[in-house]
Design a protein around this ligand. Sequence first.
Ligand code: SF4
Ligand code: SF4
Length: 474
Amino acid sequence: MARPFGQLQARAGKQFTKARFFPFVRVIEAVKVKVPDVQAIGQLVRLHHRVGGAFDATRHAECPEQITHKSCFASAQVAAQLNERIAQCRLRRQRCGKRPGGILIGPNNTFYNHGVNKNTSGDPARLVQHIQTWARELGFSQIGIAGVDLASAEAGLSAWLAAGFHGDMHYMAAHGLKRARPAELIPGTVSVITARMDYLPASTPDDWQAVEFSRLQRPAEAVVSCYARGRDYHKVMRSRLQKLGDKIAMHVEPLNHRAFTDSAPVLEAELAVRAGQGWRGKHTLVLNREAGSMFFLGEIYIDIPLPPSAPVTPHCGSCTACIDVCPTQAIVAPHKLDARRCISYLTIEHDGPIPLELRPLIGNRIYGCDDCQLACPWNKFAQRSALPDFDERQGLTGQQLVTLFAWTEEAFLKHTEGSAIRRIGHQRWLRNIAVAMGNALRVKNDAQLRYALQERLENAEAVLSEHINWALAQ
Ligand code: SF4
Ligand code: SF4
């Protein structure tokens, strides 16, 4: 929640320092106003009080960082709509000495009632209800609101990075603590709308967890993580978040907003938990009592304050199923994931050779891993998606390793068009399949597998060639 205007103004008068209010200083520099001057500061605080909401934020500490091992760890897909036009317009108005528009909140106003039209009647709770309705129409399963004070997550994030658990996902470290400070990432942000979207296809059977586990017992068959069998969720989520943001902007003007999904600079899971979407399971993913963990998350950063949703209580209890089932012991402690050991990281994010000691543990998983989610009892409540986008594409489920290994680059691009899998490229795809083929050969010698490996060896690049030789030696 944003700090009330009067309180901020009083604070600004008494305690102003460049460090504490540096965003205002940036604004001051931008509009070429002299600082410090208490009156000017007061005006700037008034103009930008929503930014200020984030600056009481950096005190406590705990929570580890969530790594979205259900999804493309990285790719840092910032689904963004830059509303610079609006921002520039505000600046121009400020330079001309005009009020910057309907978003300002004076001491006697509550929330953003200048800018809310008749559809919301200036009632933020009612606006949230509208947002929920619009979100449902767009295929989202749940909407929640979080504030921007993620200070308690900073220590955990720093410790996770310091331990090197992020592996070679350097973009995780590159954004530093901005990840835990939404208002530093997108100046002006005071609230975050978090969105959840279920992704199991409509045809998913009731015993789907058992069905998925059974695939792992057929070594010559390739297993692709459930979330990646349909359309690339980045595209699905991004376009719908964008539409939702636009819809809100039609009702609250002017509104700066930016949408994200699976984006490196955003602490998605942390925000989702604070927005009441669920609790952090011991596998680090967000769990929901009515939906398990088989959903995607997205966020819209906005510069209007909305009432935050109530968080939910955790319900893992004494269960350790996800920790026990993990093939590589990547969940090193409850709520702590060493991404370097996680099969999702190794098969999707990690470029170069897969560590030798981990290859046998990968089994026939060629893209991602669902085991910790399959073992989770809450996933018997996982919901089916209403969107056809996540229906399985032909050619990705129940395929033999040799069939997929025979795909040329052209065939790979054709079969993975519009899929998240395309992001890893043909060479990494072949590398993963080679590992799975080696694991299949260890279980049972198979002339067809060997022939396919040898055939590829001839023109293979160095990394792939090394993996093929490893597979042939099994
Ligand atoms: S079971 Fe282990 S390896 Fe698989 S996704 Fe979960 S943490 Fe990663
Ligand atoms: S498997 Fe058990 S411990 Fe792990 S997230 Fe699910 S409920 Fe929590």
